[in-house]
Design a protein around this ligand. Sequence first.
Ligand SMILES: C[S@@+](CC[C@H](N)C(=O)[O-])C[C@H]1O[C@@H](n2cnc3c(N)ncnc32)[C@H](O)[C@@H]1O
Length: 238
Amino acid sequence: MNGYGCLAAYYDRLMTDFDYKGYLELLGRELSGSEGVDLCCGSGRITVALAKSGKKMTGVDLSGEMLGEAAKNARAAGVKPLFVQSDATSFRPQHDVDFITCVCDGVNYIKPKNLAVFFENAACFLKKGGKLVFDISSEYKIKKVIADNVFFEDYDDLTYLWSNIPFSGGVKMELTFFIRGKDGKYTKQTEEHTQYAHTQSAIECALKDKFSFKAYDFATMSNVNQKTVRIIWVCERL
Ligand SMILES: C[S@@+](CC[C@H](N)C(=O)[O-])C[C@H]1O[C@@H](n2cnc3c(N)ncnc32)[C@H](O)[C@@H]1O
């Protein structure tokens, strides 16, 4: 299976180390206007939270399974964002919006040859002066922290292995799930993801002319350094 099929049902449970609260605080400071698009929205953590804060939201993702989880999360929260299954490099809403978000590695899934297309497309439906906020796992994190490493979680009903095989431009992630059934027997499921290690200069090159931008170390919200693991970009449509 290719990317975000089996993982979808466990995604929220496994994402315990991502600082959604801090991210939402930052978005609260940076975003203005009433309507936004959350690209690569996944299970909709950000889409739903922004909808709850009163924004009119559209969440966009390639994975039907992740969108299914997003719809459940929205129902549970009592909000009704629009969810659309689409490639983020070509999605267009019916009219221009006030802000765009792409949270937690969405841009790492965009192939280097499509990076400029991704930002050009976003620029096409973002109002002048509107903000685009996104983050990436840094080249340092992909090449030095996760490459050649295996991570795991072990619960009563689920054992999860995540191995990372590096290649020149990023990392191939092999995810293996052992899921315990009601009869106590385990079923094995696997899926693969590819994340690309975009350099800061490649991102800057893809953003220039359309956006002004500033990159921060997400952990400290200060300047990016050689060991920054997550870089957050706050951009403004020119
Ligand atoms: C790590 S998840 C992040 C989900 C969510 N933004 C969050 O913060 O939890 C990355 C998501 O990007 C989606 N994705 C990857 N490539 C995509 C593309 N080209 N277009 C739309 N969604 C994509 C995946 O399906 C997955 O749901």
